[in-house]
Design a protein around this ligand. Structure first.
Ligand code: F6P
Length: 321
């Protein structure tokens, strides 16, 4: 039986996942492996939904959003019984290693499967940038660029009407998209789950101060992890008398053609994952640290505390006046 690797995408999709799949398939074939694509995340290993991938089966996907392998959050896969089944299925195909592209939930699945004898290497793929061990997760840059494009449009109409716009961006528990997007659009206030906020101090006072210097339209960015953008919008209108509208950007941030940064990062991470598996090393997470590609033990990675970039937040507040 030929030595084989497999690749799957799991959890929420992110632009650049296809670039990572392409890198794994091509680097795997280059290293002498037969490479299987597993469809719909871990469910594909339970439903035997896999396909052998050739060099050309990943042509023309580098620029495409979404994931050609489809994705899912598998409820079954948290149970040992199903993890064993998946490992047996991998052995039946001669799969000696698996690359998992996804968020921290997907990393737990990769650790479980490694414990069942199939070495797995995880690649951080999520727009949220919420994984502690890495400076960067695939999809983050594209999601922010999409958000900036949308908010620039919202600004045009806010400006024409002298309005305030409250814009909610994605980030389940993490304010990174809100923070960098907020800086890029010159938001008056940025509300993130990592920084305790007070609407009077952090929004209303700032709007009044800016109004006093002649500003007439305002953008307030709210991270999904804080939520309540509609209520915040009503509060601003009630307290300031400025007409205010709320927009939730939602899943538009998860789609679209990946940026250069996401394509290059996904390619580097995909190749690094195959390099580890080719040496028989599993239970690792690929990460980007200070401009270099590194890797960590999955448990060590999952236990790391996430650091919010408070310095960047302070810079934003200093400049948006
Ligand atoms: O983790 C990425 C993410 O887009 C979060 O920002 C968001 O909270 C969540 O996924 C939405 O998930 P779903 O697509 O299942 O609604």
């Amino acid at each position: 039986m030929a030595k084989s690797l497999a690749v799957l995408t799991s959890g929420g999709d992110a632009p650049g996942m296809n670039a990572a799949v392409r890198a794994v398939v091509r680097a795997g074939i280059n290293s002498g492996f037969q490479v299987y694509g597993v469809f719909k995340g871990y469910n594909g290993l339970l439903n035997h939904d896999v396909k052998e991938m050739g060099l050309r089966s990943v042509s023309d996907i580098l620029s495409r959003g979404g994931t050609i392998l489809y994705t899912a959050r598998s409820k079954k896969f948290v149970q040992v019984e199903y993890q064993k089944q998946a490992a047996d299925y991998c052995r039946s195909l001669g799969i000696e290693g698996l690359v998992v592209i996804g968020g921290d939930g997907s990393f737990r699945g990769a650790r479980a499967l490694t414990n069942q004898g199939i070495p797995c290497v995880a690649i951080p793929g999520t727009i949220d940038n919420d994984i502690a061990c890495t400076d960067y997760t695939i999809g983050f840059d594209t999601a922010m660029n999409t958000a900036v494009e949308m908010i620039d449009k919202i600004r045009d109409t806010a400006q024409s009407h002298d309005r305030c716009s409250v814009v909610e961006v994605m980030g389940r528990h993490c304010g990174d998209i809100a923070l960098e997007t907020g800086i890029a659009v010159g938001a008056t206030s940025i509300i993130v789950p990592e920084v305790e906020y007070d609407l009077e101090r952090d929004v209303i006072t700032r709007i009044y101060e800016q109004k006093d210097t002649g500003k007439k339209h305002f953008i307030v960015i709210v991270a999904e992890g804080v939520g309540g953008s509609q209520e915040i919008s009503h509060y601003i209108q009630h307290r300031t008398g400025i007409e205010t509208r709320a927009t939730i950007l939602g899943h538009v941030q998860r789609g679209g053609s990946p940026t250069l940064r996401d394509r290059v990062m996904a390619t580097k991470m995909g190749v690094a994952a195959v390099d580890l598996l080719a040496k028989g090393i599993g239970n690792r997470v690929i990460a980007s640290h200070a401009g270099k590609i590194v890797d960590y033990d999955i448990t060590e990675a999952l236990d790391m505390p996430r650091q919010f970039n408070k310095d960047l937040y302070d810079i934003a507040m200093k400049v948006s006046i």
